[in-house]
Design a protein. Structure first.
Length: 332
């Protein structure tokens, strides 16, 4: 319905006879801030583009440079070729390692194959690698809080070769660790883990071990921490939350989990085509956020899809902009 107001009757909307009636439900869309790309993701994407500029196409990338298919397809169109393992890369080619980091064995393998390798590991993941190497030198058993099989955890495990390393993802798994209480132990945390879950697991480790050390400040990175805090706040006053991100992105999954603790209707979607419209309320507020590997174009597509089905208003939750920027990877 057109909302026409007249000077003598400002409170009463009138309809022009014959005008189309817009009877779509009304929704308030609120974008989380911060959301989307972090400094580590930007640096990794820049590294692929810089390598293409320097060496020309194709440049090979071992695994998804960041966990987002739109990013991968965009870079493929620019000349990047994504592979699972180095044996798919022709000898002497240029190869990049993803932002999640790799085991030193992968870098050595690249050297054996005479590949020109660049490591686009996020500096905050590399910091965790240095931490676990320090604990290894001190002879401590290592406990990694994270998800087995995730590339970041696989890469970090590769830095631990001379002491035992154990991956835990819950308080229950801490209880069943095959280690003696007085064994010197150390822990590290996957950078994209849930802040609240990690806190509970660290408390359980402290209760379980008498000689435990951990990071001076949290291993969970600034981007994960900020995005989880923003979606938590937004979820508290939204009727539904949409998380833009891939189902295989740890960062995206944790955002959806955090939101679910405070909001009954949460959907994790790679794009608007995955939204289950039947599960959304017909009025009220929808919060929208995006994982650290999700481009803003995905958020824009989701907002447009809402605009096609609802009468929407759009606003952004207030927050200080993030100032973290990492130095570009040197591509020589
Ligand atoms: S999410 Fe954190 S650790 Fe991962 S790339 Fe971004 S800044 Fe680095």
């Amino acid at each position: 319905m057109f909302d026409l107001r007249f000077p003598d009757d400002s409170q009463t909307p009138r309809t022009i006879p014959g005008a189309p009636v817009d009877d779509r439900p009304e929704l308030r869309l609120i974008l989380a801030a911060p959301r989307g790309f972090c400094a580590g993701v930007r640096r990794a994407i820049d590294a692929v583009r810089d390598a293409l500029l320097k060496h020309g196409a194709p440049v090979y990338v071992r695994r998804a440079i960041v966990h987002n298919l739109e990013v991968v397809r965009t870079l493929e169109a620019e000349g990047a070729v994504f592979v699972e393992e180095l044996d798919e890369v022709p000898l002497g080619s240029v190869v990049l390692f993803s932002a999640h980091g790799v085991s030193p064995a992968i870098a050595e393998d690249a050297e054996r194959r005479n590949l020109k390798a660049y490591d686009a590991v996020c500096p905050l993941v590399a910091k965790v690698h240095r931490e676990v190497e320090r604990h290894q030198r001190a002879g401590r058993q290592l406990i990694l809080i994270g998800h087995k099989g995730h590339p970041e955890i696989e890469g970090t495990l590769g830095h631990v070769t001379s002491v035992g390393a154990h991956v835990v993802k819950s308080v229950e798994e801490v209880e069943s660790l095959p280690l003696h209480r007085d064994e010197p132990a150390a822990y590290a945390v996957q950078t994209t883990y849930s802040v609240e879950d990690a806190h509970a697991i660290v408390e359980a480790l402290r209760a379980r071990f008498s000689d435990l050390v951990g990071p001076a400040s949290s291993d969970i990175c600034y981007a994960t921490t900020n995005r989880q805090a923003a979606v938590r706040d937004l979820a508290m006053y939204s009727d539904a939350i949409i998380v833009a991100g891939e189902h295989f992105s740890s960062n995206a999954c944790r955002l959806a989990e955090v939101a679910s603790l405070h909001c009954p209707a949460v959907q994790l979607v790679a794009g608007p085509e995955e939204i289950d419209w039947s599960e959304l309320p017909q009025s009220g507020s929808i919060g929208i956020t995006a994982a650290a590997s999700t481009p803003e174009s995905s958020v824009e597509a989701i907002v447009s899809a809402f605009g096609a089905r609802y009468r929407t208003s759009l606003e952004e939750a207030g927050a200080e902009p993030e100032a973290t920027v990492f130095k570009r990877l040197a591509i020589a």
